[in-house]
Design a protein around this ligand. Structure first.
Ligand SMILES: Cc1ncc(COP(=O)(O)O)c(C=O)c1O
Length: 402
């Protein structure tokens, strides 16, 4: 018995059960996914790929990796799949290393407009090794201005244009992206980490049919284990596989790959589509309720699982809003809003996602309670204990399924 471990585990279990998680990148993996990830596949070394390993005893891990690959192909309609990346960041790293030479020019949305660290931030490998030029969201609409992107792409002639974001609440026009990429002769790469569950359920424009390469995490809306994934057209298969192993990683995490296989099967079900519909309905409803109470929703609405909320007209910073909500049991993260006047650590917004609460089965009634609590907390209501009680009671009404 490792009591220290068990105590910490129990504390985390309580924290998860008693709080309302609105972090857009978090979710609750099913028991089957967690059991696969905690399975004996963790014991196995399997450098290489199915049928071509550098270790003996790989007959069953070959089967599990092939199962994950075939299910991902079916789910997303991909020509080629690599399920080995340990994380979303490593999937991106492997793709860049497979397709680009330092310092090739790549176009992307910057971090402070909703892109990810690995999309060219100066503090990340991507911004250090490659020459990233950024397109931005429009100042008025706060959405991607595809005409402007097209003009910039003609000027920069990038090797690739990257789309798919971390904090962008609207649907992405992948067909338009493809048109621009073809016009300027650049590769189309999509990082669908946030929206992969919606794409799998066909509730967001498909990117797999247009893009040369698509990367993803498996733990956000897709609700699988923490990990990465690469989908691509056949012609990039060899380069990408070589870049993941032996280029970037050693032994694949076979237990995580087993859990990915289980998660992909879950995502192929009708229940998963219904779940994603609930995610979208809850996000729209929350956006509309918060807006009615005076909060500004960046871009005015959401088409995804995520909304960005500008808290400045409540005389708050994102940092303070995050801290106040956290104290009461509502967990969000601060986030810059486009053209933010505050520095990133302080910022003016919070990012809210409905993937996790929807996995708990929360619906319209719960959304009403959550939005009321958010507003009261941000208005610094003196009824702090009553609000905390409301949140606790809501959390206990929708337990995390074990
Ligand atoms: C768009 C996008 N790409 C990549 C990542 C990185 O994923 P990971 O944390 O698994 O490295 C994230 C994580 O938030 C993301 O939002």
């Amino acid at each position: 018995m490792d009591n220290n471990y068990l105590t910490i585990l129990n504390d985390e279990k309580n924290r998860q059960n008693k709080s309302i998680v609105l972090i857009a990148s978090e979710n609750y993996a099913s028991k089957s996914v967690r059991e696969a990830q905690g399975s004996i596949f963790t014991n196995k070394y399997a450098e290489g790929y199915p049928g071509a390993r550098y270790y003996g005893g790989c007959e069953y891990v070959d089967q599990i990796e092939n199962l994950a690959i075939s299910r991902a192909k079916e789910l997303f309609g991909a020509e080629h799949v690599n399920v080995q990346p340990h994380s979303g960041a490593q999937a991106n790293m492997a793709v860049y290393s497979a397709l680009f030479n330092s310092p090739d020019l790549i176009m992307s949305l910057p971090l402070d407009h909703g892109g990810h660290l690995t999309h060219g931030s100066k503090v990340n490998f991507s911004g250090k090794f490659y020459n990233f030029k950024h397109y931005e969201v429009d100042r008025e609409s706060e959405q991607i201005d595809y005409d402007k992107l097209h003009e910039l792409a003609k000027i920069f002639s990038p090797k690739a244009i990257l789309s798919g974001f971390t904090a962008y609440p609207r649907e992405i026009d992948f067909e338009r992206m493809k048109y621009i990429c073809e016009d300027v002769g650049s590769l189309m790469i999509v990082d669908m980490a946030h929206i992969s569950g919606l794409v799998a359920a066909k509730l967001h424009n498909d990117c797999v049919k247009y893009a040369d390469v698509v990367t993803s995490t498996t733990h956000k809306t897709l609700r699988g284990p923490r990990g990465g994934l690469i989908l691509s057209k056949k012609e990039y298969a060899k380069k990408i596989d070589k870049s993941v192993f032996p280029g970037m990683q050693g032994g694949p995490m076979m237990h995580t790959i087993a859990a990915k296989a289980v998660a992909f099967q879950e995502a192929l079900s009708e229940d998963f589509v219904e779940y994603q519909k609930l995610v979208l309905k809850n996000a729209k409803s929350l956006a509309s309720k918060l807006a009615k109470s005076g909060l500004r929703i960046v871009t005015g609405d959401t088409d995804t699982h995520m909304l960005l909320v500008d808290v400045s007209n409540f005389n708050l910073t994102g940092k303070l809003a995050e801290e106040r909500l956290n104290e009461s049991g509502i967990i969000v993260n601060r986030n810059t809003i486009p053209y933010d006047v505050n520095p990133p650590r302080i910022c003016s917004g919070i990012r809210i996602g409905t993937a996790a609460i929807s996995s708990r089965g929360m619906d319209e009634d719960a959304i009403s309670v959550i939005s009321e609590c958010i507003i009261q907390i941000l208005r610094n209501s003196s009824e702090k204990n009553i609000i905390k009680e409301k949140i606790l009671s809501l959390a206990s009404k929708y337990p995390i399924l074990d």
